[in-house]
Design a protein around this ligand. Structure first.
Ligand code: ATP
Ligand code: MG
Length: 254
């Protein structure tokens, strides 16, 4: 087992609403090894996005803590890249300038930023579209810009919140394959939230299944299929059995 890079320790999050307190996440504990690809599944509203934001230091836990490389995480880090469910691109900025944004914000020297952006555009297959504006892109292309932007600081960890949620099935499959390639080539640790159990099994080394209100970790399943993963694997008995276990753990047909 490789060294632990991220740890959730009794992680709990409560939100104070206008009328009541809401316990979104209740004492979730697990650890993630360097270069591991972990998918998080669970019913809508069970706290997946909340968990991801806690892991990225974008939210503070009510109790418990997140350790990043053994130290308590106190806030966002350039070494942890975050990709939201919607691409959230700046509409007036070109592809190139959207990807460059995080580097501009922390004052990366111009030549270095230009080289990094060029590399990222190529990595996500957008060469030739550097000058395009978000409204000139397809949904899949916009997601790729968001992925490149999350990779701008060359982070060790990528946190992805339903990165393909808004895409059609074919684009989803293609983006999934690209993400697996990037994660392997660049040796990233990935935590990805998805609604799709088959997508989780096909992509992940491990699947974490959460249950609702408060979100609790019900199942931590090692996938154990060889890589590279292929679409045909979804038709095997082993795959079907894993999907069944996850469905049973979540307690609803997803
Ligand atoms: N900022 C907030 N303030 C108050 N309540 C919140 C806030 N963010 C999330 N919640 C509540 O916490 C619970 C978990 O929300 P969260 O967004 O983490 O769920 P999710 O599993 O990502 O759902 P989905 O699959 O629909 O994206 C929900 O009941 C939600 O209403
Ligand atoms: Mg969510």
């Amino acid at each position: 087992m490789k060294e632990k890079i991220l740890e959730a320790i009794h992680l709990t999050k409560e939100f104070t609403g206008a009328e009541k307190e809401l316990r979104a996440l209740g004492e979730v504990s697990f650890s993630i090894a360097r270069e591991e690809f972990v998918c998080v599944v669970g019913p809508s509203g069970c706290g997946k996005s909340t968990l991801l934001r806690l892991l990225g230091g974008l939210l503070r836990p009510t109790a418990g803590e997140v350790l990043f490389e053994g130290r308590a995480l106190a806030g966002p880090s350039p070494r942890i890249g975050f990709m939201f469910q919607l691409p959230n691109l700046m509409p007036w900025r070109s592809v190139e300038r959207n990807i460059r944004l995080p580097l501009e914000l922390d004052g990366t020297p111009e030549a270095e930023a230009r080289a990094a952006v060029k590399d990222l555009v190529k990595l996500v297959g957008l060469t030739g579209f550097e000058g395009s504006l978000p409204r000139e892109l397809s949904g899949g292309m916009a997601q790729r810009v968001a992925l490149a932007r999350a990779l701008a600081h060359d982070p060790e960890v990528l946190l992805l919140d339903e990165p393909f949620g808004a895409l059609d099935a074919m684009t989803r499959d293609r983006m999934g394959a690209e993400l697996m390639r990037i994660a392997r080539d660049r040796r990233k640790t990935v935590v990805m939230v998805t609604h799709s159990i088959p997508e989780a099994i096909l992509m992940a080394d491990r699947v974490l299944a959460l249950t609702s209100r408060p979100g609790r970790l019900r199942l931590d399943l090692a996938v154990g299929l060889p890589r590279p993963r292929r679409e045909e694997m979804t038709y095997t008995k082993k795959f079907g059995a894993m999907a069944e276990r996850i469905r049973a753990a979540i307690g609803e047909a997803v």
